[in-house]
Design a binder for this molecule. Sequence first.
Ligand code: MTE
Ligand code: MO
Length: 457
Amino acid sequence: MTTHEAREPAPTTVDPTPPDVPRHRHASELLRDAAAHPPPGPFRAQWWRSPVRGPWLTSYFGSILLVGIPVMFLTGLVSYASYDPQLAGNDTTPGKGILGFYLFSWVTNPSWIYRISQGTHVILGLTLVPIVLAKLWSVIPKLFEWPGVRSLAHGLERLSLLLVVGGAVFEFATGIADIEYYYPWKFDFYEAHLYGAWVFMVGFVVHVCLKLPTMWRSLQRYSLREIFTTPLARTRPESGDGHGLVASRPSPPTISRRGVLGLVGASAGAVFLLTAGGTVRALRPLALLSPRARSKGSGPHPEANDFEVNRVFAATGIAASETGEGWHLVLSGPRSVSLSRAELLDMPLATEVLPIACVEGWSTVQTWTGVRLVDLARLAGVDHAVEVEVESLEKPGQPFRSATLGSNQAGDPQTLLALHVNGEDISLDHGYPARMIVPAAPGVHCTKWVSELRFLT
Ligand SMILES: Nc1nc2c(c(=O)[nH]1)N[C@H]1C(S)=C(S)[C@@H](COP(=O)(O)O)O[C@H]1N2
Ligand SMILES: [Mo]
């Protein structure tokens, strides 16, 4: 009697395989074993006890992000296109070849287009932060799922989750750091935020494809009406779900679902109010999260110049004497011309109401007076629209010291070399003696302290 089939069956309470007997074990068995013995703490399902966590709540936040994230992505792509990175000198992003597949000459009309798209990108991005955090909170037990990978399919799902969560954290952190002027990293913001967006979107699309049916089903569990009529006292955990979100040992509720929605909604609303002043002038006094919105007018005409300043004159390293009587604008084209400020003011002047809209999300509409770029082109011997390199007094190497305008921008009759704003001289902070104002262009292409215009014929 040596075959083990013939042995006495072992009592069920005893492990039939003593630990010292080597025995081939299937991967599935190992996994079951691992699942039965997770490390302590958050890796154990019982550790997560919130009674409001569940598929409905996760799906509710998810449905907001399902709309919000694509808007972020599209306005981000628009933002990249608006830089006209295909024009020499505007962009050094390596390998943009593939990512730049959709680029086109940035438009000049309507003049408010970038104001709206970039304002949306930044204000919506900040407003979504509480919702992203709430969504992450609602799925946090999944991030500690044990074992981390159960099968190939499960592994791919987890990988997409890593891309979504990691990508979201990365994109929000770099975006916010950039607009709040606290950017502690060594890598370039534009490149990192652009590449990060594509990585994030790969994860996002996979995640949405995998979860959309679940989301749809889970949303049917409660109507919003039910949520808003259920007080704390009648708040119950969702029924078990097989998604690992509902607590197996829920603690008594301390907040209702409508309370959670109210808290997250109020946080998002507060962030919106503290940010929107960068675009909506009436909210400017509240714009605590939009730092530029709090800069004041300076120079001899502070009222006319009282709007957001990106780079102040004092930060440029330009000597005050370079902007005085000796300043001349150089036009380089078929003819080379040098013009003093007085000579520019003697030319036919045009007045246009146009925005400055920064990539940081703030924007402001002002009334500018100056010489049309098309008139300056004609002086330089150029009678058709060509690309123009705009140089400033700032020293080589300074970021944004120059920009290349597309021929459509240079040929637009609204494009000005502005000398006045709101009827007074432009202040040093806003670009005295002269600055570019280009309809619909991002602020960074409205070069201040202009010294030379090179018409690329
Ligand atoms: N020479 C020069 N021009 C510049 C900049 C700069 O740093 N140097 N910053 C640009 C950016 S990013 C913006 S948003 C606008 C802001 O103009 P403002 O400070 O007059 O509002 O100026 C642009 N022109
Ligand atoms: Mo800007």
